[in-house]
Design a protein around this ligand. Structure first.
Ligand SMILES: Cc1cc2nc3c(=O)[nH]c(=O)nc-3n(C[C@H](O)[C@H](O)[C@H](O)COP(=O)(O)OP(=O)(O)OC[C@H]3O[C@@H](n4cnc5c(N)ncnc54)[C@H](O)[C@@H]3O)c2cc1C
Ligand code: SF4
Length: 520
């Protein structure tokens, strides 16, 4: 092939209709796919996450090959692998002498910065194309955000509903009269609540080979490698989506915020890994959910709740990430300095809610949203754990963690490290919230009703310590301010008990060895 177009496809761009492939001809294009050490190790990702991305890449390359594309695939173990995207593109330029490189912009800041250096490094035309798999472009988000005092997701979400027409009638009004049924997404779990088993995908030969490679090269990374049952092809991802729509969507709304010990998925879709690597299209999923509603198969609180996560939160955090990077990574508005406790990695804690959420994280490279937000995140917030430690942890341990979606959720939604650009108040809660929304507390070594002293639920004292420490900032906030009259009514002795209890508990925490998340 004389001087073709080189099309690098990254590990989260596994979409047949990717902008850089659209309109290209097979006899004039070389697709480059690269497994590089830098990406597998910039944090020490959960073993299942590395296996997921490598296996999905290999399957995608094989599909492209079968469809007649020329794919130049660089394996992690190839002898001359340069182990960085730029290094591998340089080698590919030598091999193919392309007349141009067409690449879709990267999802992560770090990788995009590297791509933006390519025009200076390579002697051919470089065309960096927008990632139009997102509904809202970076420019559109910025023009929505410009001049607003606060960037509440709710208003952004309404724009996305209007833009797509999803659950919006001909007069531009929301289906059912309300834009948001969040208040109907908070049923506590009833006794014995459990959800139908999601499809589990047996590793084929391609995945088996990847699992062996991951065990050999990344055996010291966090988490269990097997059982490995994530979808790794578009067909499998569609099967997983079909099962969700048929079996779990109807109850997704009611139990979106519920937690049950040992029930790792409940009614959640478990589709984030497939969406984030590009196997499923989020807007298509929303249209399918709407169809289920129109057919009378799922109630509005479930369908709207699901759609809100995808064209609301997911699009919003992506816009937010690009608007506030690179500063977002180092924001620390609450000046939280404590090291991450070791038990985040080992799961060894008597706090049953945390132990179960970490167990699921180790076993599945997944925990559902409310475990991430109100158990793990809430603990990190009220214990004052340093944002960098928490960010590294979340980025490493979840199979769906790519920085553009992980960082806004962790730094802004959970830790309030952005000072409130995203959330109207910190999501701080005492043990009461966890007790109401889960069955964790009944069998916990701690007593949720005990507020201070030996055996008291640590969330209770940590909550008041957090409020007290940040009083100056939070008191003026109409959504939080009133809580301080309760605090004041307690009187000094009671307050001292809370603060001493919190300090005594914090004194028992062993800081994590940094080597878990990043080498060196
Ligand atoms: C601290 C914290 C860290 C998180 N880190 C990630 C991450 O690294 N990657 C990631 O994809 N999601 C992240 N989330 C969002 C959410 O927890 C996961 O998307 C969800 O748990 C994935 O499971 P699911 O597919 O079953 O989701 P469901 O509950 O079925 O939701 C449907 C889909 O909506 C999207 N979604 C839901 N909530 C969010 C959100 N807050 N932000 C963006 N998209 C959302 C996801 O694509 C998800 O697949 C994080 C949330 C918190 C609070
Ligand atoms: S008592 Fe406290 S620590 Fe134990 S499960 Fe409940 S909230 Fe978690």
């Amino acid at each position: 092939m004389a001087s073709p177009i080189l099309v690098p496809i990254l590990g989260d761009q596994l979409t047949r209709d990717l902008a850089s492939l659209r309109g290209r001809t097979k006899d004039d294009t070389v697709i480059l796919m690269m497994e590089v050490w830098d990406e597998a190790t910039y944090v020490k990702h959960h073993k299942q996450k590395i296996a997921l991305v490598l296996s999905a890449m290999r399957h995608f390359a094989a599909e492209l090959g079968q469809a007649g594309w020329q794919v130049d695939y660089v394996r992690l173990t190839d002898e001359d692998n340069a182990h960085s995207f730029t290094g591998e593109v340089a080698r590919a330029v030598e091999r193919h002498s392309p007349r141009a490189i067409h690449v879709v912009e990267a999802g992560e800041w770090r990788v995009q910065e590297a791509i933006e250096e390519w025009p200076d490094k390579f002697d051919c035309e470089i065309d960096i194309q927008p990632d139009d798999r997102f509904l809202c472009s970076k420019a559109e988000f910025n023009s929505w955000a410009e001049g607003r005092k606060t960037l509440r997701m709710e208003y952004f979400y309404r724009e996305m509903r209007r833009k797509t027409g999803i659950l919006v009638d001909d007069e531009g009004k929301p289906e059912g009269g309300e834009w948001n049924y969040d208040s109907e997404n908070r049923k506590p779990p009833k006794d014995g609540l459990s959800a139908p088993q999601r499809p589990l995908f047996e590793p084929d030969d391609v995945t088996r080979e990847v699992l062996d490679l991951v065990e050999e090269k990344f055996g010291d990374h966090f988490g269990n490698l097997e059982p490995f049952c994530w979808p790794v092809t578009r067909d499998q991802a569609e099967e997983a989506a079909d099962a969700f729509f048929a079996e779990r969507l109807p109850k997704f709304g009611d139990y979106q915020d519920a937690m049950v010990h040992g029930e790792d998925d409940l009614f959640h879709s478990m589709l984030s890994t497939s969406i984030n690597v590009g196997l499923l299209d989020p807007v298509e999923l929303c249209r399918r959910a709407e169809e289920e509603y129109n057919k009378g198969n799922a109630p509005l609180n479930a369908v709207e709740g699901f759609i809100r996560q995808l064209i609301g939160w997911r699009e919003y955090v992506r816009g937010f990430y690009w608007r506030f990077m690179p500063g977002l990574e180092s924001d620390n508005a609450l000046n939280a300095q404590r090291s991450l406790p070791e038990f985040f990695w080992t799961g060894e804690t008597d706090m049953r809610c945390l132990a179960d959420s970490i167990r699921s994280t180790r076993a599945n490279a997944h925990a559902h949203h409310i475990q991430r937000l109100m158990v793990l995140g809430n603990f990190a917030l009220i214990a004052g754990i340093s944002p960098r430690d928490v960010q590294d942890w979340y980025l490493a341990v979840y199979a769906d963690a790519f920085e553009w979606v992980e960082l806004p959720n962790v730094a802004a939604m959970v830790l309030y490290a952005d000072g409130g650009k995203l959330a109207s108040k910190p999501y701080a809660a005492s043990g009461n919230y966890i007790n109401k929304m889960s069955n964790y507390c009944a069998d916990c070594a701690y007593s949720v009703s005990k507020k201070t002293g030996e055996g008291a639920c640590p969330f209770n004292a940590l909550y008041w310590r957090f409020m007290d420490r940040h009083r100056e900032r939070l008191e003026a906030n109409p959504r939080v301010g009133r809580i301080f009259s309760t605090w004041d009514r307690m009187g000094e002795d009671k307050q001292r008990e809370y603060l001493d209890s919190a300090e005594a508990f914090l004194g028992t925490l062993t800081p994590a060895n940094k080597g878990w998340a990043r080498a060196g």
